[in-house]
Design a protein. Structure first.
Length: 398
């Protein structure tokens, strides 16, 4: 995509990444891709807000130089030090060695740690301003969104919030950068939720702190580091963040995520019966095979739904490894206080349920029962499975 003028003198100069398979080396984006958004403000002084990932250096530098001579660049505003925001920095400094780098005090230290940069650095305090001419930037320190050095930058005349990773999403920008240009908003909101749960959710308390700090700020445009620019209805993303941040302490939706895995089809056969029972109760249900579905897609469902039904066979006297990994990831993302139950097959001694209950204790989940059977389930056992799912779902609705 070519650069886009968002407002007079303010440009998007980001890059789409359709190549990277795993965001942060962990979260699957092989189908969706991601954008790395960067912004240029041309005025009496010229500033870039956030940069780009090193693998995008050529395309990014071409866009930047199409709008300004690098010798005219005065400031680089570093909202966040992560290398998908700063990877092109060394190349930029070779061409514009006198540009001043602006960030929080912690950013100054990280610039030395990551890139060996010790000169032309300026640490800004919370609420400090920088005047470029007609445009004035105000900096808001927002630690642990999602690193300790992060901040947001607010352009006062256009009431435009450069929000860093907050309010961002997975997904490349297909022909437009704006939220009101006929794009599938439901899809981008799903990607924003997945991004939140994968990247931000563990820092929901800092999210609430940041929302409180910005509450009195008039915001007409939200320009994040990834995904769409929200200028038609920026309040929508703010309300979604309030809701998502609340889910660490308040009950989630009365719906069920069913996680299962199966070696030879026996646990899967029971899963079908249990799923029938859950739907019989009129409770929304989403099913994931944890051995086939990347965890980045599973976590948002666990995060937003109160019920977690688990179907897993015993493996070597314990819980099936892929299921154990999924539940450990849920604990790592602080997905606490859910209601759960387990069903599954074993061949002789069992043991999967015992390890499951140990994990449930760590997760602070409430166990509502189990249905464990030997070998393949018969007809009567499948009938029991349907009733098991129905009873569980009714408790989720209660």
């Amino acid at each position: 995509m070519l650069p886009v003028e968002i407002k007079p003198g303010i440009f998007w100069i980001g890059v789409n990444d359709r190549i990277t398979q795993l965001f942060e080396g962990l979260w699957d984006i092989s189908k969706e891709g991601v954008s790395y958004n960067s912004y240029l403000i041309r005025d009496e002084k010229t500033a870039v807000i956030d940069l780009n990932k090193v693998i995008m250096t050529g395309e990014y530098m071409d866009k930047l130089q199409s709008l300004t001579g690098l010798e005219k660049l005065d400031y680089v505003i570093i909202n966040h030090m992560e290398p998908d925001h700063t990877g092109v920095l060394r190349t930029l400094l070779k061409i514009a060695p006198k540009v001043q780098l602006i960030g929080t005090a912690k950013t100054v230290g990280m610039l030395q740690d990551f890139y060996g940069i010790t000169e032309n650095l300026r640490a800004v305090a919370d609420g400090e301003t920088l005047t470029l001419g007609k445009h004035t930037l105000r900096f808001f320190v927002t630690p642990f969104l999602h690193w300790p050095e992060t901040m947001m930058t607010y352009e006062e005349s256009e009431q435009m919030l450069f929000s860093c990773d907050a309010f961002g999403s997975y997904g490349v920008l297909n022909g437009t950068i704006f939220d009101d240009a006929g794009v599938p908003l439901d899809w981008y909101e799903e990607q924003a939720l997945r991004y939140y749960v994968n990247i931000i959710a563990i820092f929901s308390k800092p999210v609430n702190n940041a929302l409180a700090k910005l509450a009195s700020l008039p915001v007409r445009i939200i320009a994040p580091s990834h995904g769409l620019i929200w200028h038609n209805n920026p309040g929508r993303m703010i309300e979604l963040y309030k809701k998502w941040a609340s889910l660490t302490t308040e009950p989630a939706d009365p719906a069920v995520t069913l996680l299962y895995t199966s070696m030879y089809g026996n646990t899967e056969a029971m899963m079908e019966a249990v799923a029938q029972g859950i739907v019989d109760a009129g409770v929304p249900l989403t099913i994931y095979n944890v051995s086939q579905t990347p965890i980045s897609y599973i976590l948002p469902s666990l995060y937003t739904r109160q019920g977690v039904m688990v179907g897993a066979p015993t493996y070597e006297g314990g819980l099936f490894p892929d299921m154990k990994t999924a539940l450990e990831m849920a604990e790592g993302k602080h997905i606490y206080n859910r209601k759960t139950a387990i069903f599954g097959s074993h061949a002789w001694l069992g043991g999967g349920e015992k390890e499951f209950l140990s994990l449930v204790e760590v997760l602070k989940w409430e166990s509502l029962g189990s249905l464990i059977f030997k070998g393949a389930p018969g007809y009567e056992e499948l009938v029991q499975g349907r009733a098991f799912g129905l009873e569980f779902a009714r408790k989720i609705k209660a």
